[in-house]
Design a protein around this ligand. Structure first.
Ligand SMILES: CC(C)(COP(=O)(O)OP(=O)(O)OC[C@H]1O[C@@H](n2cnc3c(N)ncnc32)[C@H](O)[C@@H]1OP(=O)(O)O)[C@@H](O)C(=O)NCCC(=O)NCCS
Length: 160
């Protein structure tokens, strides 16, 4: 089931975000960035993302979510057992409708270079890589950078 998130979901959403970020992104990040991203970090981040958050629920348990800020689709995270189920497609379509309803003509997302599964998923849904950007992360010896694919998708027909 796909539905808007509510305040009662914040703790379970933060736990899922924390779990899946460390499972799929942690190994690409310096230790300092991993250590900074504890449960409190994700709870604060989830609270700041509301209300543009949509969840996927299976038998009463949240198994994934999508969130956006302005024209940036910043988060799409599914638990491992929910991947390949089609739920990701339902979530991103819900986000694209939300963005469109908020007047966004072209949406953007940033996908860590190397995350091939996600890139394939987005490309299959009509997103394309427009450029690569280097983003600052917390490094063990001061600032470090990681490369992200900047991907874009037009949500409104040209000229609208
Ligand atoms: C990214 C994500 C939402 C995609 O949803 P999904 O349900 O896994 O999507 P799919 O199963 O359709 O897989 C997408 C594509 O990757 C392919 N794929 C599956 N497993 C793969 C793997 N281990 N490595 C590379 N590609 C893989 C699939 O075949 C599919 O390609 P295809 O459509 O050409 O057949 C989901 O994998 C996820 O939540 N990952 C962890 C968090 C994350 O990386 N989020 C994105 C941050 S930008």
């Amino acid at each position: 089931m796909i539905r808007p998130a509510g305040a009662p979901d914040l703790v379970s959403l933060a736990a899922l975000y924390h779990r899946v970020w460390h499972e799929t992104h942690g190994s690409h990040m310096p230790r300092a960035e991993r250590d900074a991203r504890d449960e409190r970090f994700f709870l604060n981040r989830m609270a700041s993302l509301m209300p543009n958050v949509v969840v996927c629920e299976d038998a009463g348990t949240i198994v994934g979510f999508v969130a956006w800020t302005g024209s940036l689709l910043g988060q799409l995270f599914l638990d491992a057992h929910a991947r390949g189920s089609g739920s990701a497609r339902s979530l991103i379509e819900a986000a694209e409708s939300g963005l469109r309803a908020q007047g966004v003509a072209e949406a953007e997302l940033h996908c860590l270079v190397g995350n091939e599964r996600a890139k394939r998923f987005y490309e299959r849904g009509g997103w394309h890589v427009s450029e690569i950007m280097a983003a600052a992360v917390r490094g063990d010896m001061g600032g470090e950078q990681r490369d992200f694919w900047v991907m874009r998708k037009r949500l409104a027909p040209h000229g609208l």
